[in-house]
Ligand binder design. Structure first.
Ligand SMILES: C[S@@+](CC[C@H](N)C(=O)[O-])C[C@H]1O[C@@H](n2cnc3c(N)ncnc32)[C@H](O)[C@@H]1O
Length: 252
């Protein structure tokens, strides 16, 4: 299966779980995003990989217009349900791949992308496209799952993520993020690593992870090197994980 088919399977079949999940609708996370992005009433925002639309919905209260894109139709259908329920008029939903954005150069003041870059099959191309459609001084906000910059953490954590969801491509460390964004010409204004937990079995259930993969993940965690167990503690109810949060500005 290619990346698009894998995404269509992972998200197409589990789209509803994303609309009802309180991970994506978490008010504190969304309020913090608004504080960091500091949107203006005249801004036009692009929400990339909008999923069930929570980021776009939060932004829509503060900006003139939000265009929210996603590659999976079923996810856009979930977003459409929420947008209609809430009678929001300034969000447009479009089926689109971040690697090939159908917008003019410098069209947007803001781009947001939460919990999605780890799915992108060519992160440099995706970032190049985002950079292109932002105006000079435009802001890119990212929140995504990440890996600590520790020996073996990158391979072990990405292996676990892929066992849980085959559409996972790669979680990047904060250091990798900084370098990728600088390479595209972004100035990095804010970064943060957030220690958090994947709550079980919800994290597995959201992607309908097969039982044998759940067992395999625990096997990997139990056999992790000691220096990683300190940072990645787990039990039957949770697995410790880390998010990165960044604000990058398109340099003038
Ligand atoms: C976890 S969901 C995103 C959650 C959402 N951003 C939020 O804040 O609630 C990940 C989304 O990334 C989308 N996605 C993955 N690869 C994509 C791509 N190449 N272009 C656009 N969307 C993509 C998936 O279809 C899925 O809806």
């Amino acid at each position: 299966m290619n990346n698009k088919d894998t995404l269509a399977k992972s998200f197409g079949e589990n789209a509803y779980h994303y609309r009802i999940s309180n991970v994506f609708s978490d008010k504190d996370d969304l309020d913090r995003m608004i504080e960091i992005v500091n949107p203006k009433e005249s801004d036009i925002a692009l929400d990339i990989a909008t999923g069930s639309g929570y980021t776009a919905i939060a932004l829509s209260n503060y900006v003139k217009e939000v265009i929210a894109i996603d590659i999976v139709e079923n996810m856009l259908n979930q977003a459409s349900i929420l947008v209609q329920e809430r009678k929001i008029k300034n969000i447009s939903l479009m089926k689109m791949d971040v690697h090939s954005l159908k917008f003019e150069d410098t069209y947007f003041d803001i781009a947001t992308c939460r919990f999605a870059p780890h799915h992108f099959y060519d992160i440099s191309k995706a970032l190049r496209e985002i950079y292109r459609v932002l105006r000079q001084g435009g802001k890119l906000y990212i929140l995504d799952c990440s890996v600590l910059n520790l020996e073996e953490a990158k391979s072990i954590i990405n292996h676990i993520e892929k066992l849980r969801d085959p559409s996972h491509i790669k979680s990047y460390s904060l250091e990798e993020w900084k370098s990728m964004l600088k390479d595209q010409g972004f100035h990095i204004e804010y970064t943060r690593t957030i220690k958090t937990k994947y709550i079980l079995p919800e994290w597995f259930d959201r992607m309908n992870t097969p039982e044998k993969n759940r067992k395999h993940i625990f096997h990997i965690l139990e056999n992790m090197p000691k220096h990683l167990k300190e940072f990645y503690d787990f039990n039957e109810e949770y697995i410790t994980t880390y998010y990165v949060e960044l604000l990058a500005i398109k340099q003038t």
